[in-house]
Design a protein around this ligand. Structure first.
Ligand SMILES: *Cc1c(COP(=O)(O)O)cnc(C)c1O
Length: 402
């Protein structure tokens, strides 16, 4: 089938709720992709952070193939070793919590919100989240998401959600009352433009939650599983949240989400309160176990730190060369490049030259390569990116001189 024939199928049969690039992808390996026309693409934003250890990591492929031949699905009426082992691995690398498994980030956050309602006293029904946050597309998680553009057409939303400016302690204090069940934040806002929480803000959330009997939820759907150089981004801060949610990179490409809560809190989720048919199935859990093993066997946490530092250094160089770049920010391999103007055209020009990056919030370029990325691949990416910046600058100058 040609690229156009596939696109025609979509036009006719697939609901058009995504802005798609006109490429059909047929294969992936590590930080590389191939499209149906044989073009190779260097992927510095693999799967929107899902392919955190690269496309088709051999250990993940092997685990999936092995598991598929044994047992693809079994319902949560039974026990399976894989789900127990994965929960143990996540717990031991974090704060010793207990896990609930589901299939996506939105579901993990839904579970966290429900658990917070169940665990705190009955009058607490409010949630504080931040502006520019992204927590998912279900009706509760889109309500939690502090971006009006995602609320359009869905009003009225779920009652009780308040959005405060990120890192604004005064606003946090003002929003808090005795009816707040939880504060949910991303330690580094992803979709919101790679905004890193301050130590003071995180500490203030912890203090207020403790004072008022509310829970602290970290949405680590994008930051979790090692991208920042630690298993969980909360480990960059002095305080522990009560609940962490995970998804994206957890399954190495398989659909899996998880909510991990401190044991005394987790125990409020008793039979009948919450469930997921596909949650924690053998395929997804085997893949996630393989991801954790691969990260440790291949020292990918330290590679994320080293390659993150290297990418930043290269991007800082570019910031010195090109006026359009305002500054670089982020932690580890979660890197944002704040531009002074729109980044959409830069991203599409990069793709034409074989480099995939992302632009969010109009003017923030996201570099979020796989944790397996090499120095050579970063060099190639920077070369392409530089040439696009050069062309863009030249085009702007030409326009001015006309
Ligand atoms: C992607 C994302 C979600 C939503 O995950 P889905 O799997 O698309 O439901 C939630 N929170 C954060 C921080 C995300 O980056």
């Amino acid at each position: 089938m040609t690229t156009q024939e596939t696109i025609n199928l979509f036009d006719k049969y697939v609901i058009g709720n995504y802005g798609r690039l006109a490429r059909v992808i047929v294969k992936g390996s590590g930080s590389r992709l191939w499209d149906a026309d044989g073009n190779e693409i260097l992927d510095m934003f693999p799967g929107w952070a899902v392919s955190g250890i690269g496309h088709c990591h051999p250990k993940v492929v092997e685990a999936i193939q092995r598991q598929a031949a044994e047992l693809i699905h079994i319902d949560n009426t039974f026990y399976i070793e894989q789900q127990g082992r994965l929960a143990q691995m996540l717990s031991e690398r974090g704060f010793g919590g207990k896990c609930f498994f589901c299939n996506s980030g939105a579901e993990a956050n839904e579970a966290a919100l429900k658990l917070a309602r169940l665990h705190t006293d009955a009058k607490k029904y409010k949630f504080i989240t931040t502006e520019k946050s992204f927590h998912g597309r279900s009706i509760a998680t889109v309500t939690a998401t502090g971006q009006p553009k995602y609320h359009k057409g869905f009003l009225p939303l779920v009652p009780g959600f308040k959005h405060i400016p990120f890192n604004d302690i005064k606003a946090l204090e003002a929003a808090f009352d005795d009816e707040v069940a939880a504060v949910m934040i991303e330690p580094i806002q992803g979709e919101g433009g790679i905004n890193v929480a301050t130590d003071e803000f995180i500490s203030a959330i912890r203090r207020l939650c403790d004072e008022k009997g509310a829970l602290m939820i970290f949405d680590e759907v994008q930051t979790g599983m090692g991208r920042t150089g630690k298993w969980y981004a909360c480990q960059h801060f002095d305080v522990e949240p009560d609940i962490i949610t995970l998804a994206k990179a957890l399954g190495g490409g398989m659909a899996i989400g998880a909510m991990m809560a401190k044991p005394e809190i987790a125990d409020s989720l008793v039979p009948g309160t919450h469930a997921s048919t596909f949650g924690g199935n053998p395929m997804a859990c085997s893949a996630a176990i393989a991801v954790i093993e691969a990260v440790e066997e291949e020292n990918l946490l330290s590679n994320a730190i080293d390659m993150g530092a290297y990418t930043r250094e290269k991007l800082e160089e570019l910031a010195g060369e090109y006026q359009i770049i305002d500054h670089v920010r982020g932690i580890g391999l979660m890197i944002g490049l704040q531009l002074k103007s729109s980044g959409a055209e830069i991203v599409s020009k990069c793709l034409e030259k074989g480099l995939r990056i992302n632009c969010t919030q109009g003017s923030v370029i996201r570099f979020m390569p796989a944790m397996t990325v090499t120095r050579e691949q970063i060099d190639s990416a920077i070369d392409i990116f530089r040439s696009v910046l050069k062309d863009t600058k030249q085009a702007a100058e030409d326009e001015e001189n006309q």
